[in-house]
Design a protein around this ligand. Structure first.
Ligand SMILES: Nc1ncnc2c1ncn2[C@@H]1O[C@H](COP(=O)(O)OP(=O)(O)OP(=O)(O)O)[C@@H](O)[C@H]1O
Ligand SMILES: [Mg+2]
Length: 346
Protein backbone atom coordinates (compact mmCIF):
# COMPACT_ATOMS: atom_id res chain seq x y z
CA UNK A 1 0.00 0.00 0.00
CA UNK A 2 1.30 3.43 -0.85
CA UNK A 3 0.91 5.97 1.89
CA UNK A 4 0.39 9.57 0.91
CA UNK A 5 3.76 11.27 0.79
CA UNK A 6 4.45 12.75 4.16
CA UNK A 7 7.69 14.62 4.44
CA UNK A 8 8.68 14.42 8.04
CA UNK A 9 12.39 14.60 7.32
CA UNK A 10 14.43 17.37 8.81
CA UNK A 11 17.09 19.40 7.04
CA UNK A 12 20.42 18.63 8.70
CA UNK A 13 22.52 21.76 9.15
CA UNK A 14 26.05 21.71 10.57
CA UNK A 15 27.48 25.18 11.01
CA UNK A 16 31.19 24.90 11.73
CA UNK A 17 33.89 27.47 12.19
CA UNK A 18 35.13 27.02 8.61
CA UNK A 19 32.14 25.78 6.65
CA UNK A 20 28.41 25.09 6.60
CA UNK A 21 27.17 21.64 5.65
CA UNK A 22 23.58 20.76 4.73
CA UNK A 23 22.02 17.34 4.10
CA UNK A 24 18.41 16.65 3.25
CA UNK A 25 16.77 13.34 2.38
CA UNK A 26 13.51 11.91 1.17
CA UNK A 27 12.21 8.61 2.49
CA UNK A 28 13.13 6.79 5.65
CA UNK A 29 15.75 4.55 7.16
CA UNK A 30 16.95 1.93 4.71
CA UNK A 31 15.51 3.81 1.73
CA UNK A 32 16.82 7.34 1.84
CA UNK A 33 17.11 9.35 -1.37
CA UNK A 34 19.20 12.46 -1.51
CA UNK A 35 17.32 15.72 -1.92
CA UNK A 36 20.18 18.11 -1.18
CA UNK A 37 23.80 18.05 -0.06
CA UNK A 38 25.71 21.28 0.31
CA UNK A 39 29.13 22.22 1.58
CA UNK A 40 30.03 25.87 1.60
CA UNK A 41 33.19 27.36 3.00
CA UNK A 42 32.69 30.41 5.15
CA UNK A 43 34.49 33.59 4.16
CA UNK A 44 37.93 33.76 5.72
CA UNK A 45 38.46 34.02 9.43
CA UNK A 46 34.89 33.61 10.67
CA UNK A 47 34.23 32.89 14.27
CA UNK A 48 32.59 29.80 15.69
CA UNK A 49 29.91 32.07 17.13
CA UNK A 50 27.07 31.50 14.74
CA UNK A 51 25.84 35.03 15.20
CA UNK A 52 28.80 36.12 13.13
CA UNK A 53 27.72 34.33 9.97
CA UNK A 54 27.39 36.74 7.06
CA UNK A 55 23.75 37.84 6.83
CA UNK A 56 21.75 35.75 4.38
CA UNK A 57 24.41 33.02 4.23
CA UNK A 58 22.11 30.19 5.32
CA UNK A 59 19.05 31.31 3.36
CA UNK A 60 21.08 31.71 0.16
CA UNK A 61 22.72 28.32 0.62
CA UNK A 62 19.35 26.70 1.24
CA UNK A 63 17.75 28.38 -1.78
CA UNK A 64 20.65 27.65 -4.13
CA UNK A 65 20.29 23.97 -3.26
CA UNK A 66 16.65 23.90 -4.21
CA UNK A 67 15.29 23.72 -0.67
CA UNK A 68 12.08 25.67 -0.28
CA UNK A 69 12.25 25.97 3.49
CA UNK A 70 11.22 23.61 6.20
CA UNK A 71 12.20 22.20 9.53
CA UNK A 72 15.78 21.91 10.57
CA UNK A 73 17.81 19.65 12.80
CA UNK A 74 20.82 21.79 13.64
CA UNK A 75 24.12 21.02 15.22
CA UNK A 76 24.40 22.86 18.53
CA UNK A 77 27.38 24.79 17.24
CA UNK A 78 27.58 27.24 20.10
CA UNK A 79 30.69 28.15 21.97
CA UNK A 80 29.37 27.12 25.37
CA UNK A 81 28.40 23.57 24.35
CA UNK A 82 30.04 20.92 26.42
CA UNK A 83 29.42 17.28 27.10
CA UNK A 84 30.39 15.01 29.94
CA UNK A 85 29.97 11.48 31.19
CA UNK A 86 27.96 11.31 34.38
CA UNK A 87 26.10 8.73 36.41
CA UNK A 88 22.62 9.56 37.60
CA UNK A 89 20.62 7.64 40.20
CA UNK A 90 17.90 5.45 38.70
CA UNK A 91 14.65 7.39 38.59
CA UNK A 92 11.49 7.72 36.53
CA UNK A 93 12.13 8.87 32.96
CA UNK A 94 10.32 12.17 33.41
CA UNK A 95 12.58 13.17 36.29
CA UNK A 96 15.82 12.39 34.46
CA UNK A 97 16.02 15.69 32.61
CA UNK A 98 15.86 17.68 35.82
CA UNK A 99 18.39 15.41 37.52
CA UNK A 100 20.83 15.80 34.64
CA UNK A 101 20.33 19.54 34.69
CA UNK A 102 21.20 19.57 38.38
CA UNK A 103 24.33 17.56 37.76
CA UNK A 104 25.60 19.69 34.87
CA UNK A 105 24.75 22.87 36.75
CA UNK A 106 27.22 21.85 39.39
CA UNK A 107 29.81 21.00 36.77
CA UNK A 108 29.50 23.97 34.43
CA UNK A 109 28.69 26.66 36.95
CA UNK A 110 26.24 28.16 34.44
CA UNK A 111 23.34 30.02 36.06
CA UNK A 112 20.19 27.84 35.98
CA UNK A 113 18.19 30.37 33.98
CA UNK A 114 20.84 30.47 31.23
CA UNK A 115 21.39 26.71 31.03
CA UNK A 116 19.94 24.18 28.65
CA UNK A 117 20.84 20.54 28.95
CA UNK A 118 20.00 17.24 27.42
CA UNK A 119 21.37 13.74 27.73
CA UNK A 120 21.63 10.42 26.00
CA UNK A 121 21.84 7.02 27.64
CA UNK A 122 25.06 5.24 26.90
CA UNK A 123 25.78 1.56 26.67
CA UNK A 124 28.55 1.92 29.25
CA UNK A 125 28.63 -0.26 32.33
CA UNK A 126 27.20 1.12 35.55
CA UNK A 127 29.77 2.62 37.86
CA UNK A 128 27.62 1.94 40.92
CA UNK A 129 24.43 0.05 41.74
CA UNK A 130 21.22 1.93 41.03
CA UNK A 131 22.79 4.45 38.72
CA UNK A 132 22.57 4.97 34.97
CA UNK A 133 25.51 6.22 32.91
CA UNK A 134 24.61 9.03 30.53
CA UNK A 135 26.37 11.59 28.40
CA UNK A 136 25.03 15.01 29.35
CA UNK A 137 25.08 17.97 26.99
CA UNK A 138 24.86 21.53 28.16
CA UNK A 139 25.03 24.99 26.68
CA UNK A 140 24.08 28.56 27.46
CA UNK A 141 20.42 29.09 26.73
CA UNK A 142 21.14 32.55 25.34
CA UNK A 143 23.50 31.09 22.73
CA UNK A 144 21.06 28.35 21.74
CA UNK A 145 18.32 30.99 21.43
CA UNK A 146 20.66 32.94 19.14
CA UNK A 147 21.10 29.86 16.96
CA UNK A 148 17.32 29.34 16.77
CA UNK A 149 16.91 33.00 15.81
CA UNK A 150 19.49 32.62 13.05
CA UNK A 151 17.34 29.89 11.48
CA UNK A 152 14.17 31.87 11.95
CA UNK A 153 15.76 34.83 10.17
CA UNK A 154 16.67 32.42 7.36
CA UNK A 155 13.03 31.36 6.95
CA UNK A 156 13.56 28.01 8.66
CA UNK A 157 12.34 26.47 11.85
CA UNK A 158 14.91 24.78 14.08
CA UNK A 159 13.00 21.75 15.34
CA UNK A 160 15.84 19.85 16.96
CA UNK A 161 19.18 21.05 18.26
CA UNK A 162 21.58 18.14 18.46
CA UNK A 163 25.15 17.58 19.54
CA UNK A 164 27.95 16.15 17.43
CA UNK A 165 28.30 12.78 19.25
CA UNK A 166 24.66 11.76 18.72
CA UNK A 167 24.79 13.01 15.11
CA UNK A 168 27.87 10.87 14.47
CA UNK A 169 26.11 7.86 15.99
CA UNK A 170 23.13 8.44 13.67
CA UNK A 171 25.39 8.78 10.61
CA UNK A 172 27.21 5.58 11.51
CA UNK A 173 23.94 3.76 12.09
CA UNK A 174 22.67 4.77 8.65
CA UNK A 175 25.63 3.16 6.89
CA UNK A 176 26.77 0.20 8.91
CA UNK A 177 25.69 -3.11 10.28
CA UNK A 178 26.49 -3.42 13.98
CA UNK A 179 28.46 -6.55 14.70
CA UNK A 180 27.56 -7.68 18.19
CA UNK A 181 29.98 -6.50 20.85
CA UNK A 182 32.32 -4.69 18.45
CA UNK A 183 33.60 -1.25 19.41
CA UNK A 184 33.61 1.23 16.54
CA UNK A 185 34.98 4.71 16.64
CA UNK A 186 34.40 7.83 14.62
CA UNK A 187 36.26 11.10 14.76
CA UNK A 188 35.13 14.32 13.09
CA UNK A 189 38.16 16.52 12.54
CA UNK A 190 37.20 20.03 11.54
CA UNK A 191 39.10 23.28 11.47
CA UNK A 192 39.33 23.96 15.20
CA UNK A 193 38.38 20.78 17.01
CA UNK A 194 37.93 17.05 16.76
CA UNK A 195 34.98 15.13 18.19
CA UNK A 196 35.65 11.50 19.05
CA UNK A 197 32.99 8.89 19.72
CA UNK A 198 33.12 5.20 20.55
CA UNK A 199 30.00 3.16 19.79
CA UNK A 200 28.86 -0.40 20.37
CA UNK A 201 25.61 -2.30 19.71
CA UNK A 202 23.89 0.83 18.35
CA UNK A 203 24.73 2.83 21.45
CA UNK A 204 27.05 5.66 22.18
CA UNK A 205 29.66 4.51 24.69
CA UNK A 206 32.09 7.38 24.95
CA UNK A 207 32.47 10.92 23.58
CA UNK A 208 35.20 13.48 23.87
CA UNK A 209 36.29 16.69 22.23
CA UNK A 210 39.97 17.07 21.33
CA UNK A 211 41.41 20.54 20.73
CA UNK A 212 42.91 19.76 17.34
CA UNK A 213 41.87 20.83 13.85
CA UNK A 214 43.04 21.67 10.36
CA UNK A 215 43.89 25.23 11.28
CA UNK A 216 46.70 23.89 13.46
CA UNK A 217 48.14 22.07 10.43
CA UNK A 218 47.92 25.14 8.21
CA UNK A 219 49.50 27.32 10.89
CA UNK A 220 52.34 24.82 11.33
CA UNK A 221 53.09 24.87 7.61
CA UNK A 222 52.84 28.65 7.41
CA UNK A 223 55.22 29.12 10.31
CA UNK A 224 57.60 26.28 9.51
CA UNK A 225 57.91 27.02 5.80
CA UNK A 226 57.56 30.80 6.00
CA UNK A 227 54.43 30.84 3.86
CA UNK A 228 51.34 33.05 3.92
CA UNK A 229 48.47 31.23 5.65
CA UNK A 230 46.49 31.14 2.39
CA UNK A 231 49.44 29.58 0.52
CA UNK A 232 49.99 27.08 3.33
CA UNK A 233 46.30 26.14 3.19
CA UNK A 234 46.52 25.52 -0.56
CA UNK A 235 49.73 23.54 -0.14
CA UNK A 236 48.15 21.41 2.59
CA UNK A 237 45.09 20.65 0.48
CA UNK A 238 47.11 19.96 -2.68
CA UNK A 239 49.68 17.58 -1.21
CA UNK A 240 48.73 16.58 2.32
CA UNK A 241 51.15 13.92 3.54
CA UNK A 242 52.31 13.14 0.00
CA UNK A 243 54.64 16.00 -0.95
CA UNK A 244 55.47 16.42 -4.63
CA UNK A 245 58.42 14.55 -6.12
CA UNK A 246 61.67 16.28 -5.24
CA UNK A 247 60.19 18.58 -2.58
CA UNK A 248 62.05 18.54 0.71
CA UNK A 249 60.47 16.52 3.46
CA UNK A 250 59.88 19.45 5.82
CA UNK A 251 56.16 19.86 5.07
CA UNK A 252 55.48 16.19 5.75
CA UNK A 253 57.58 16.33 8.91
CA UNK A 254 55.59 19.32 10.20
CA UNK A 255 52.24 17.74 9.40
CA UNK A 256 53.11 14.37 10.91
CA UNK A 257 54.45 16.08 14.03
CA UNK A 258 51.05 17.66 14.65
CA UNK A 259 49.08 14.61 13.56
CA UNK A 260 51.11 12.54 16.00
CA UNK A 261 49.74 14.83 18.72
CA UNK A 262 46.21 14.02 17.57
CA UNK A 263 47.01 10.30 17.49
CA UNK A 264 48.38 10.50 21.02
CA UNK A 265 45.06 11.95 22.21
CA UNK A 266 43.07 9.31 20.31
CA UNK A 267 45.25 6.60 21.80
CA UNK A 268 44.81 8.01 25.30
CA UNK A 269 41.04 8.07 24.85
CA UNK A 270 40.95 4.44 23.68
CA UNK A 271 43.14 3.42 26.62
CA UNK A 272 40.94 5.31 29.05
CA UNK A 273 37.82 3.76 27.53
CA UNK A 274 39.19 0.26 27.90
CA UNK A 275 40.36 0.78 31.46
CA UNK A 276 37.55 2.91 32.84
CA UNK A 277 34.66 1.14 31.12
CA UNK A 278 36.23 -2.35 31.18
CA UNK A 279 35.78 -2.61 27.43
CA UNK A 280 37.63 -4.24 24.56
CA UNK A 281 39.70 -2.60 21.87
CA UNK A 282 38.36 -0.40 19.11
CA UNK A 283 38.10 -2.47 15.94
CA UNK A 284 37.68 0.24 13.33
CA UNK A 285 38.00 4.00 13.18
CA UNK A 286 36.08 6.18 10.72
CA UNK A 287 37.45 9.61 9.90
CA UNK A 288 35.28 12.53 8.86
CA UNK A 289 35.30 16.32 8.79
CA UNK A 290 37.35 18.46 6.42
CA UNK A 291 40.68 17.40 7.88
CA UNK A 292 39.87 13.73 7.20
CA UNK A 293 40.37 14.66 3.53
CA UNK A 294 44.06 15.33 4.09
CA UNK A 295 45.92 13.15 1.60
CA UNK A 296 47.48 10.15 3.29
CA UNK A 297 45.56 10.72 6.53
CA UNK A 298 43.85 7.31 6.79
CA UNK A 299 47.10 5.44 6.15
CA UNK A 300 48.99 7.54 8.66
CA UNK A 301 46.40 7.00 11.39
CA UNK A 302 46.12 3.28 10.67
CA UNK A 303 49.87 2.95 10.97
CA UNK A 304 50.31 5.16 14.02
CA UNK A 305 47.43 3.74 16.05
CA UNK A 306 47.45 0.20 14.73
CA UNK A 307 43.68 0.48 14.20
CA UNK A 308 42.15 0.15 10.75
CA UNK A 309 41.08 3.65 9.77
CA UNK A 310 38.90 4.73 6.87
CA UNK A 311 37.67 8.00 5.47
CA UNK A 312 33.90 7.98 5.99
CA UNK A 313 31.37 8.19 3.18
CA UNK A 314 28.13 8.96 5.01
CA UNK A 315 25.93 8.75 1.91
CA UNK A 316 27.07 5.39 0.63
CA UNK A 317 23.70 3.84 1.50
CA UNK A 318 21.67 6.76 0.17
CA UNK A 319 20.36 6.64 -3.39
CA UNK A 320 21.53 9.54 -5.48
CA UNK A 321 19.15 10.71 -8.19
CA UNK A 322 20.50 11.59 -11.63
CA UNK A 323 21.31 15.25 -11.81
CA UNK A 324 23.59 15.33 -8.79
CA UNK A 325 27.26 15.96 -9.50
CA UNK A 326 28.66 12.62 -8.28
CA UNK A 327 32.25 13.78 -8.37
CA UNK A 328 31.47 16.76 -6.16
CA UNK A 329 29.50 14.54 -3.79
CA UNK A 330 32.46 12.20 -3.52
CA UNK A 331 34.69 15.13 -2.59
CA UNK A 332 32.43 16.66 0.03
CA UNK A 333 31.10 13.40 1.48
CA UNK A 334 33.69 13.05 4.28
CA UNK A 335 32.72 16.52 5.54
CA UNK A 336 29.03 15.64 5.59
CA UNK A 337 28.82 12.94 8.28
CA UNK A 338 27.44 15.20 11.01
CA UNK A 339 24.94 16.91 8.66
CA UNK A 340 23.83 13.46 7.43
CA UNK A 341 23.37 12.25 10.99
CA UNK A 342 21.31 15.33 11.76
CA UNK A 343 19.18 14.78 8.64
CA UNK A 344 18.15 11.32 9.85
CA UNK A 345 16.84 12.55 13.20
CA UNK A 346 13.10 12.67 13.70
N1 LIG B 1 41.41 18.27 0.98
C1 LIG B 1 41.77 18.69 2.19
N2 LIG B 1 42.96 18.33 2.72
C2 LIG B 1 43.33 18.75 3.94
N3 LIG B 1 42.58 19.54 4.73
C3 LIG B 1 41.40 19.93 4.26
C4 LIG B 1 40.92 19.54 2.98
N4 LIG B 1 39.70 20.09 2.80
C5 LIG B 1 39.43 20.79 3.91
N5 LIG B 1 40.44 20.71 4.79
C6 LIG B 1 40.54 21.33 6.11
O1 LIG B 1 39.39 20.99 6.84
C7 LIG B 1 39.09 22.02 7.76
C8 LIG B 1 37.63 22.35 7.65
O2 LIG B 1 36.90 21.23 7.98
P1 LIG B 1 35.33 21.33 8.26
O3 LIG B 1 34.69 21.96 7.09
O4 LIG B 1 34.88 20.00 8.71
O5 LIG B 1 35.39 22.37 9.49
P2 LIG B 1 34.26 22.96 10.44
O6 LIG B 1 33.22 21.92 10.68
O7 LIG B 1 33.76 24.24 9.87
O8 LIG B 1 35.14 23.24 11.72
P3 LIG B 1 34.87 22.95 13.27
O9 LIG B 1 34.02 21.75 13.35
O10 LIG B 1 36.22 22.76 13.85
O11 LIG B 1 34.19 24.19 13.76
C9 LIG B 1 39.98 23.21 7.41
O12 LIG B 1 41.01 23.30 8.36
C10 LIG B 1 40.53 22.83 6.04
O13 LIG B 1 41.85 23.30 5.86
MG1 LIG C 1 32.72 20.71 12.22
Amino acid sequence: MMLPFLDSNLIGVDIGSASVKIAYFKGGKGSYTLKAAAYSRLPSGPDAATGKLPPGFISELIASNGIKGGKVCALASVRSLSFSHISVPVMPENEMKEAVKWAVRKETGLPPDDLVSDFTYTGARKTAENTVPVIAFSAKKSEVDGLMALFKDSGLEARVIDAAPTALLAAFDLNNVWEDGVNYSMVDIGATKATLVIMKNSRLMFAREIPFGGRELTAALAEGLGMEESVAEEYKIAYGLNPPEGADAEARRLLTLHLTGLCRELHRSFDYYQAQFREGTVARLFLCGGTARLKGMDGFITETLGIESFVDDPIRKVSIPAGFDKERLRLIAPCMSIAVGLATRT
